[in-house]
Design a binder for this molecule. Structure first.
Ligand code: BES
Ligand code: MN
Ligand code: ZN
Length: 484
C-alpha cells in the first residue's frame, strides 16, 4: 500500500534553519508581521521576507496562499515556501493550505516553521492527504517524498492524523487498482490482513452465501471466474451496545453483464468497488486510532461479467430477505449485491444504525456532479448528524427524497419488484429499491458515491483518481455519535 509521508511535530529549533536541506516553509500572517522564526529566516535571507511583506503585491495576497522563493540565498534549502496564514484559520483552510505544501513536497523533505499557529493537525492532515501518488502499476515510480517536520509552539499527538491518512490511502489504493490486480480474492486477502490491527475479519465464500440464501448477490457474480465473497470486519472498541453497520458495494469490475455497457468509458468501472473501498479504509482508520465504538463493516465483493452462465434480463432472483426481483437490466447490479448484504447485516447484528456506500448510479452524477454525494435516509436525526460530520470534514453530501411515487416505479408484473425504475429519477428509484431491504426499526443512510469516489480532475486534497471520499466523514460521525 502507498505509505503516507512521515510527519512529526517538534519544538522550534532555530539553529536547524540554515542547514535544512529540501524545502523550508515558514508561516507569515496576512498582516505581514513576522514571528520569531520568520524573523530568523528573514535575517538569514538578508531581508527577503521583509521585502516581500513590504511590497505592494503583498496587499493582494490571500490567506492560504503559498509563495515560493527558489534557491534562497543564505539557506541550504532548495526552496523557501512562505505560507500565508493568520493565527487561527478555519480547519478547512488549514487542510487546503497543508495540501499545497504536500503537493510541493519532494525527495529531500520539508521543515515547516509554524510558530504559534493553531490547528497544526489540520495542516498536517492536508499535507499528508495531498502527498499521494498511485504508482503501483508504473515501472518508473513517482519521486519518493521525504520526511516532514513541523516545528511549532505545541506538539500534539500524530496518532489520529496518521490513522486518517492511512485509512484514506487504503481506500484510494483499492479504488485506483485495476480489476486484473484487485480481484474479489486479492481484495478479501487485503481485508484479512487488517486482523493485524485488531479487527475481527471473516470471509464468507460462495457455498456460505448460498446457504444464507443470497440469490441476488450470487447471480451478479455468477459468470465471473473470481468468486463472490462477503467480508465482515468487526471493530469492537465499545461496550456491549449494538454496532454501527457500514455496508459497501464491491463490484471489482462492472461490464454491465449481458446488458453490456458501451465501449467508451467502460475502463472506469474498475472503481465500482468504491463503496467497499471506503468501508475498508474507514475500518482501518478506526482500528488504527482505537476508536471507542462498535462498528462493523460488511462488503459484497463480486465481478459483473457476461458469459454462458451469466444471469439475464428477465430472470427472477430470490433474495435473502425472501422477496423476488425481476431483472430488467443486469447493469443495475449494485442494488442486487447490497440488498442481500444489508439484510444479512440487520439479521445478524441488529445494528443501531446502518449506512450503505456505493457507486450505484450514473444518474446521481447527472443530479449532483462530482461535488456532492447523493444522500438518502429514513431517519432525520441520524441523517442530520451525518450531514453535519461531512460538512465539518469538507466532504460534500446532499439529501435527496424518498417517496411512494418513486417506489411505485419498481412494480413488476411477475415478481415482487423490478431492479430498474426507468430513466426518470434513476438515483432515487435505486435508493427506493434498497429501502425495501431496510427494517422499519433500522436508522439508515444510503450514500451514492458514483460521482465522488473517483474524479478525473483532482481535488484540493487528492490528485486525479480516487479521492477517499467518506472516510473522514464516517470517522467523525463515529467520534461524534458513538464515542461518548
Ligand atoms: N456502476 C454503475 C454506476 C456508475 C456509473 C458508477 C458511473 C460510477 C460511474 C452501475 O452499476 C450502473 O451500471 N448503473 C446504471 C444503472 C442503469 C442500468 C439503470 C447506470 O447508471 O447507467
Ligand atoms: Mn452496472
Ligand atoms: Zn455498478
Amino acid at each position: 500500500m502507498t505509505q503516507p509521508v512521515s510527519l512529526r511535530f517538534a519544538a522550534t529549533d532555530l539553529e536547524a534553519l540554515p542547514g535544512q536541506e529540501g524545502r523550508l516553509a515558514v508561516v507569515v500572517a496576512p498582516d505581514g508581521k513576522l514571528s520569531a522564526p520568520a524573523r530568523r529566516v528573514n535575517r538569514l535571507t538578508k531581508g527577503a521576507l521583509a521585502r516581500m511583506v513590504a511590497a505592494e503585491s503583498w496587499q493582494k495576497v490571500k490567506e492560504g496562499e503559498v509563495i515560493t522563493l527558489a534557491f534562497p540565498q543564505g539557506l541550504a534549502a532548495e526552496a523557501l515556501d512562505v505560507v500565508v496564514l493568520s493565527r487561527r484559520p478555519e480547519p478547512a483552510l488549514l487542510r487546503r493550505t497543508g495540501a499545497k505544501l504536500g503537493k510541493l513536497l519532494g525527495e529531500a523533505g520539508m521543515l515547516v516553521l509554524a510558530g504559534n499557529l493553531r490547528g497544526i493537525e489540520d495542516l498536517a492532515l492536508g499535507l499528508k492527504l495531498r502527498a499521494y501518488d498511485y504508482d503501483a502499476q508504473k515501472t518508473t515510480k513517482a519521486t519518493a517524498r521525504g520526511p516532514v517536520t513541523v516545528m511549532a509552539a505545541s506538539q500534539p499527538e500524530t496518532t489520529v492524523v496518521d490513522a486518517l491518512a492511512a485509512g484514506v490511502f487504503f481506500t484510494r489504493d483499492l479504488v485506483n487498482a485495476p480489476a486484473n490486480v484487485l480481484t474479489t480474492q486479492s481484495f478479501s486477502d487485503q481485508l484479512e490482513e487488517l486482523r493485524a490491527l485488531g479487527l475481527e475479519v471473516e470471509v464468507l465464500d460462495e457455498p456460505a452465501l448460498k446457504d444464507l440464501g443470497m440469490g441476488a448477490l450470487l447471480a451478479v457474480g455468477e459468470a465471473s471466474v473470481t468468486p463472490s465473497k462477503v467480508v465482515v470486519m468487526q471493530w469492537k472498541g465499545g461496550a456491549d451496545e449494538a454496532p454501527l453497520a457500514l455496508i459497501g458495494k464491491g463490484v471489482v469490475f462492472d461490464t454491465g453483464g449481458i446488458s453490456l455497457k458501451p465501449v467508451g468509458g467502460m475502463e472506469d468501472m474498475t472503481m465500482d468497488m468504491g463503496g467497499a473501498g471506503t468501508v475498508a479504509g474507514t475500518m482501518k482508520a478506526l482500528a488504527l486510532r482505537k476508536a471507542k465504538a462498535n462498528v462493523v463493516g460488511l462488503v459484497g465483493l463480486v465481478e459483473n461479467m457476461p458469459g454462458g452462465n451469466a444471469y439475464r434480463p428477465g430472470d427472477v432472483l430470490s433474495t435473502m430477505k425472501g422477496d423476488t426481483v425481476e431483472v430488467i437490466s443486469t447493469d443495475a447490479e449494485g442494488r442486487l449485491v447490497l440488498c442481500d448484504v444489508m439484510w444479512y447485516a440487520q439479521e445478524r447484528f441488529k445494528p443501531a444504525g446502518m449506512i450503505d456506500l456505493c457507486t450505484l448510479t450514473g444518474a446521481v452524477i447527472i443530479a449532483l456532479g462530482h461535488e456532492m454525494t447523493g444522500t438518502w435516509s429514513n431517519h432525520d436525526a441520524f441523517c442530520d448528524s451525518f450531514l453535519k460530520a461531512a460538512a465539518a470534514e469538507g466532504e460534500g453530501a446532499w439529501r435527496m427524497p424518498l417517496a411512494q411515487g418513486y417506489d411505485d416505479q419498481l412494480k413488476s408484473r411477475i415478481a415482487d419488484m423490478k431492479n430498474l425504475g426507468g430513466r426518470p429519477a434513476g438515483a432515487v428509484t435505486a435508493a427506493q429499491f434498497l429501502k425495501r431491504f431496510v427494517r422499519d426499526e433500522t436508522p439508515w443512510i444510503h450514500l451514492d458515491i458514483a460521482g465522488t469516489a473517483s474524479i478525473k480532475a483532482g481535488t484540493d486534497l487528492a490528485p486525479a483518481g480516487a479521492t477517499g471520499w467518506g472516510v473522514l466523514a464516517l470517522n467523525r460521525l463515529v467520534a461524534d455519535r458513538y464515542e461518548g
